[in-house]
Design a protein around this ligand. Structure first.
Ligand SMILES: *[C@@H]1O[C@H](CO)[C@@H](O)[C@H](O)[C@H]1NC(C)=O
Ligand SMILES: *[C@@H]1O[C@H](CO)[C@@H](O)[C@H](O)[C@H]1NC(C)=O
Ligand SMILES: *[C@@H]1O[C@H](CO)[C@@H](O)[C@H](O)[C@H]1NC(C)=O
Ligand SMILES: *[C@@H]1O[C@H](CO)[C@@H](O)[C@H](O)[C@H]1NC(C)=O
Ligand SMILES: *[C@@H]1O[C@H](CO)[C@@H](O)[C@H](O)[C@H]1NC(C)=O
Ligand SMILES: *[C@@H]1O[C@H](CO)[C@@H](O)[C@H](O)[C@H]1NC(C)=O
Ligand SMILES: *[C@@H]1O[C@H](CO)[C@@H](O)[C@H](O)[C@H]1NC(C)=O
Ligand SMILES: *[C@@H]1O[C@H](CO)[C@@H](O)[C@H](O)[C@H]1NC(C)=O
Ligand SMILES: *[C@@H]1O[C@H](CO)[C@@H](O)[C@H](O)[C@H]1NC(C)=O
Length: 772
């Protein structure tokens, strides 16, 4: 329920005495004395539909009907926003017992019809106004004007003189009774007897010290005018009485601003009253307040009321946020609101004789229906991978009850058990805000993946809000989107002498991608298996791939060096499809190198320094078959590149491997005085060579393992066993090139010169393996 209302009610509750009346529930009835009137307030929940008040005095019981109340000084208002009905009774109202204008007793009945039964409660309230009566007091109530004047000042000299003309008709009267004559504008109406005037709705009373005159608005004798653009209703009555040869005359003027109030768009409800006809010659004092509470002008201004005097008109601007104002939300297509203020306003003026006049106004001001749109703000921060949407300016009598997120309904329970959640914020200006957070990966979020690798997240929100207490629903829609450039992560790559280093900073949505080397997912285990050096902290991923480790490809082999390249694949996390790759090619140089390609090409860079006979010229090398010379040579180093089954290569089958071996000779033959022989060989797993038999072309699933074997003992025949002194081995699976020392004779080689012969050997071998 609205904060303003609750506050106002509790304020009233704390101030008002609660009458304990048998039958009326405690708290349902409040009676209070105000400076010039009684206030009786009864809860609508108790009275049900409009209750009936009856004024009671020694002469009888008088129903306070609409017409009767205007005539007799009562004002009944239904205040649904406050939930009660209020009766204001002037201390000079017709049936109030008055003791010396100081103690007033109001006896009344409250008649309530419930479930077809009428209950009547006899109640009374006694009040003694703390504020002394001013010589002249005017009350502009909602439904009547009342003026009371002190009897002594009722007949100032000026008035007698000015209204001398009013005496004339009095002379012609034969009765000594009081009569009244009205002046409408400049027109003097014929006098009438008080009893006739009373029948027309006018009330006259004489208390101990005061003369009271009251009139409903809109009487035929009243006149409406406009003063400085403000509508005013004025009644000018002159009471006179001829007693023997003395004529008594009382001039009673009452004028009230009928301005209904206007709303200015800056957030103020404006009300005006012209300074005339009660022009003050000695300064005007203003008191302003809401709901019958008056405070002095400076205090009101502290409360953001604005009081101005424009064009001889007093203008009061009530801020919409004023305490004691009432607001209510409605749905009229969109959300609208209305503010209602019960303005109480008092002017204290003094005329040329310093005779004080108090003018009081009771006015209900209400704004037009003002739009009060709720709004949403997209507070999404894409890096947080979550939608954040703020729904603001929700009035306090409006409650968020449900949400449709992309069509799925969720109730708002603030328990936040789901991945999305909603938080309520209460602002000092009595509006509410709701913060909705929905992670991008929440199942309700719509996701589209566009061709240019941009993730498109979309959340359509349909807020269901209801207005309390009626529970009338309305909806507010908004749609938020977020775009994420989900292009595959890019790696930085740096060459070093020992390998290639890849690095990449983590991005929040990297989980969309997986990294693989060939077909293998990059994991710490894979890295360990292949000798990659991987470090992965919260900031970045570093991967150092040593040269010759698994996954390298080599090309552009020359004596000066060669290029090694390594490729990292980025696969879509869900489909495992390769979306992009990072490939880096680096120049490397080694003294020796042997590569055994999948297509059966052996590429060797060998250092022949110890295989050159003493006195021999460098750079004259060939393979077993003398015609197969070096492709490139420089001093003691030579580069050969040849298909493995040519150039006199020997082949050896052993335990699932095929080994191709050749030898590099200095100038065509073995020189017995050379320090060593240089053997080169490639070993392929037999299982990877099956395609050979279908294509008659060398093709291996894997690259072969190459070795350059430097043996010390000169050998004269290929069939002799060799004892290597050192060997260089290049394997696709081993992390580094090493110069190895083999200390045992290992393999016997037979010479198989023809490719077709080899094929038939392999075929036999293979069928045997397959038959197993
Ligand atoms: C006023 O009401 C009280 C109880 O409600 C009652 O005791 C008292 O007699 C009443 N006074 C008059 C003057 O009616
Ligand atoms: C003062 O009132 C007159 C008459 O209604 C109007 O013409 C004039 O514009 C007003 N001046 C200001 C400053 O409001
Ligand atoms: C709400 O959700 C967001 C994103 O899922 C999360 O960061 C936040 O901690 C959650 N807040 C609460 C109160 O649950
Ligand atoms: C209330 O305060 C909040 C937060 O300061 C602001 O966003 C909102 O616009 C204010 N509403 C009104 C009606 O002033
Ligand atoms: C919003 O939700 C309400 C309640 O389910 C529904 O009636 C209304 O059609 C929805 N509005 C839109 C635009 O989807
Ligand atoms: C909402 O905010 C996000 C992040 O700032 C932005 O990408 C998007 O364009 C905004 N607008 C809408 C309508 O979602
Ligand atoms: C690196 O660490 C992040 C978490 O910090 C993890 O999400 C990612 O899968 C890791 N990457 C690899 C290749 O292990
Ligand atoms: C031969 O090798 C030497 C030393 O390694 C080098 O300086 C020279 O440039 C090379 N010559 C050719 C033609 O490659
Ligand atoms: C086949 O050759 C590889 C590489 O040299 C070696 O690791 C493996 O042990 C050999 N297999 C057999 C059965 O000799």
């Amino acid at each position: 329920m609205a904060f303003v209302f609750c506050f106002a009610v509790s304020l009233l509750l704390s101030m008002w005495s609660t009458a304990k009346c048998s039958g009326i529930p405690e708290g349902a009835l409040h009676m209070e004395c105000r400076d010039r009137y009684f206030v009786i307030a009864v809860d609508l929940s108790f009275t049900g539909d409009e209750p009936l008040f009856e004024a009671v005095d020694g002469t009888g019981v008088y129903a306070i009907t609409r017409w009767y109340s205007a005539q007799c000084g009562y004002s009944v208002r239904l205040l649904p926003l406050l939930g009660h009905v209020e009766l204001r009774a002037s201390y000079f109202s017709c049936h109030t017992d008055n003791k010396d204008d100081e103690v007033f007793l109001f006896n009344f009945n409250l008649a309530v019809t419930r479930e077809g039964r009428e209950d009547s409660y006899a109640l009374n309230k006694t009040c003694s106004p703390s504020l002394p009566w001013s010589p002249r007091e005017i009350t502009c109530e909602e439904n009547y004007m009342e003026v009371s004047v002190r009897s002594e000042v009722a007949c100032p000299a000026r008035t007698v003189k000015d209204d001398w003309s009013a005496l004339k008709p009095a002379h012609s009267s034969t009765t000594s009774d009081w009569q009244v004559t009205f002046q409408r504008n400049e027109e003097q109406l014929p006098p009438m007897a008080l009893s006739d005037a009373r029948k027309k709705g006018y009330a006259f009373g004489l208390t101990d010290g005061r003369l009271v005159f009251r009139t409903p608005y809109g009487q035929p004798e009243s006149f409406s005018t406009e003063v400085n653009g403000v509508p005013v209703e004025e009644v000018h009555a002159t009471l006179f009485s001829r007693q023997s040869w003395v004529v008594l005359m009382v001039d009673l003027v009452t004028a009230c601003s009928m301005y209904e109030g206007s709303y200015d768009d800056s957030g103020y409800m404006v009300w005006r009253t012209p300074e005339v006809p009660y022009r003050s010659l000695h300064g005007t004092q203003l008191n302003i307040g809401l709901n019958g509470e008056l405070v002095a002008q400076p205090v009101a201004e502290d409360r953001r009321f604005v009081v101005g005097n424009i064009n001889a008109t007093v203008q009061i601007s009530v801020p919409l946020t004023a305490e004691g104002g009432y607001r209510k939300s409605f749905v009229l297509g969109d959300l609208v609101e209305i503010y209602v203020f019960h303005l109480y306003f008092e002017q204290i003026l003094a005329d040329e004789h310093r005779v004080e006049t108090r003018v009081r106004f009771q006015r209900t001001l209400s704004t037009p229906l003002l739009p009060h749109p709720v709004f949403t703000v997209n507070q999404t921060v894409v890096d947080e991978l979550s939608f954040t949407v703020y729904l603001g300016d929700v009035p306090e009598d409006v409650e968020l009850v449900a949400l449709h997120l992309n069509g799925d309904k969720f109730t708002v329970d603030f328990k936040n058990t789901r991945s999305h959640n909603i938080t309520k914020v209460v602002h000092p200006n009595n509006t509410l805000g709701y913060i909705l957070m929905v992670p991008f990966d929440d199942p309700v979020v719509l996701l589209q993946f566009s061709d240019d690798a941009v993730l498109h997240y979309e959340l359509n929100i349909n807020y269901t809000l209801t207005i309390l207490p009626e529970n009338e629903p309305f909806h507010h829609l908004t749609s938020v989107m977020a775009f994420i450039d989900a292009s595959p992560p890019a790696f930085d790559a740096v060459c070093s002498t020992s390998g290639i280093s890849f690095s990449r900073d983590h991005r929040p949505y990297d989980s969309l991608w997986e990294i693989s080397i060939g077909s293998d997912l990059l994991t710490p285990e894979l890295a360990a298996k292949h000798g990659y050096i991987m470090s992965n902290d919260s900031q970045s991923l570093q991967l150092m791939v040593p040269l010759f480790s698994h996954g390298y490809k080599y090309d552009r082999v020359t004596l000066k060096g060669f290029y090694g390249s390594f490729k990292i694949l980025m696969r879509d996390h869900t489909t495992s499809e390769v979306e992009s790759s990072a490939i880096k090619s680096c120049p490397f140089s080694t003294n020796e190198l042997i590569l055994c390609s999948t297509l059966g090409r052996m590429t060797v860079v060998a250092d022949m320094s110890l295989a050159i006979p003493s006195g021999g010229l460098p750079a004259r090398f060939n393979l077993v078959e003398k015609l197969c010379g070096a492709k490139e040579k420089n001093g003691t180093r030579a580069l050969f590149s040849f298909p493995i089954n040519t150039c006199g290569t020997a082949i050896k089958l052993s335990m699932g491997n095929v080994t191709y071996q050749n030898e590099i000779f200095y100038s065509g033959k073995v020189h017995s005085d050379a320090a060593e022989r240089v053997m080169v060989q490639c070993t392929y797993p037999l299982a990877s060579l099956h395609r050979l038999f279908t294509t008659f072309r060398f093709e291996s699933d894997t690259a072969g393992v190459g070795s350059i074997i430097h043996t010390a003992r000169p050998i004269s025949d290929m069939s002799l066993s060799i004892e290597p002194t050192a060997a260089l081995q290049t394997t696709p699976a081993s992390p580094a090139v090493a110069r190895m020392h083999a200390d045992r004779p290992s393999t016997r080689y037979s010479r198989v010169p023809s490719f077709h012969q080899l094929a038939s050997v392999l075929k036999r071998k293979s069928t045997r393996i397959q038959a197993k």
